[in-house]
Design a protein around this ligand. Structure first.
Ligand code: CU
Length: 360
């Protein structure tokens, strides 16, 4: 799978960077350590405040892989899906197209600025690329396969702005409020060419998971706690996504509640490792886009949301010396350990996040 290639490429580039920096350490002076674990694992957003007047720019690359299908928390095969799962847009009476694999890639450009020690403002711009492989079965029933096809969408995703407000900081324990707003800059009327059970290849609006944004203004309130003692770091964050309206295509993605907790261990000033657990609950889609009617599981608004638990392994690295001092690189690999899907959905496999951050 391409995720493992990505992982090895990322590890080798991290290794090369570390060697370059280790060499630089001999020639450059040191003006005090910058601790790697003063930032959460890179998959966590809005985990830290900045000091008054400080800026930060960041870039994250994220790749997510979904594969095979679940009905609730049990595996369900393609043949079983096309013979037993009802098509809400009948005829045909059952779905005839099955998603096999989906990859989502995101490029995220982030900015943070602190007008005061208690308040940090954030903005994040996203570019999204999605790809989904499908298997089409022939005609109105039975298990004769017609062929496979892939749909692709890409473009600007939703934009996020927000504020972090510090509630307490005693050196060891810190708590802040997160208040985010999702702006619907991502398209929700993307089209691509599909293979129908009647062996035609029309260009139609692709189902919900292939669209690039929510189409709605969403409130993203939350609270973050972080702590550290010697070489140990830890933290927890709760963030909700509350959809504020219905989008232009007459549906609303489900509200999301996400709780994550992590622990980290600092091996050197500039290098820490982390372990993270995430629980996520999402509602199904409310309403429906009347242009999304293909006989495929992803076109049914009931086949969205559910509960999921992910486990993440992370590395945080921050350059201590030379011209690169203060540059942070981080990597996090997350794998899904449990998923209970609403209806029939693709199974979440894993996610990798690679990030660079620089404060000044
Ligand atoms: Cu920051």
């Amino acid at each position: 799978m391409n995720t493992s290639k990505t992982v090895s490429a990322v590890f080798s580039s991290l290794l090369v960077s570390s060697l370059v920096m280790a060499d630089g350490a001999h020639i450059a002076g040191n003006t005090g350590p910058i601790y790697a674990d003063s930032h959460a694992p890179i998959g966590v957003m809005g985990d830290h405040l900045h000091s008054k007047g400080e800026w930060m720019v960041s870039y994250r690359y994220m790749s997510m892989d979904m594969k095979d299908n679940l009905q609730g928390s049990s595996d369900i095969g393609a043949d079983e899906i096309v013979t037993t799962i009802t098509n809400p847009n009948a005829p045909p009476p059952t779905v005839r197209v099955v998603p096999l694999e989906m990859t989502t890639e995101m490029h995220m450009l982030g900015f943070m600025y602190a007008p005061s020690d208690k308040l940090t403002l954030m903005a994040m711009l996203n570019y999204v690329k999605k790809e989904m492989d499908h298997l089409t079965y022939m005609g109105m029933m039975g298990t004769n396969q017609l062929g496979k096809f892939t749909t692709e969408t890409s473009g600007i995703g939703d934009t996020k702005i927000g504020a972090l407000y510090g509630l307490m900081d005693n050196g060891t324990h810190k708590v802040h409020l997160n208040l985010g707003l999702n702006l619907p800059t991502g398209s929700i009327d993307e089209k691509d060419t599909v293979l129908t059970p009647m062996n035609t290849r029309p260009t139609i609006r692709v189902p919900y998971p292939m669209q690039l944004g929510s189409g709605t203004y969403d409130l993203e309130p939350g609270i973050t706690y972080t702590g550290n003692q010697n070489r140990l770091g830890w933290g927890a964050q709760y963030i909700a996504t509350i959809r504020l309206s219905e989008n232009d295509e007459d549906y609303t993605l489900g509200d999301v509640h996400k709780l994550t907790g992590w622990g980290s261990y600092r091996l050197q000033d500039g290098f820490s490792v982390s372990l993270r657990f995430t629980y996520r609950d999402e509602d199904s889609i409310d309403g429906a886009d009347l242009a999304i009617t293909a006989p495929v599981t992803t076109a049914n608004p009931d086949n969205f949301g559910g509960e999921r638990m992910d486990l993440g392994f992370g590395l945080n690295w921050v350059a201590q010396q030379g011209a690169l001092r203060g540059n942070r690189l981080a990597l996090e690999y997350e794998t899904t350990i449990d998923q209970d899907a609403n209806g029939v959905q693709m199974e979440m496999q894993d996610m990798i996040t690679l990030g660079w951050q620089l404060a000044f």
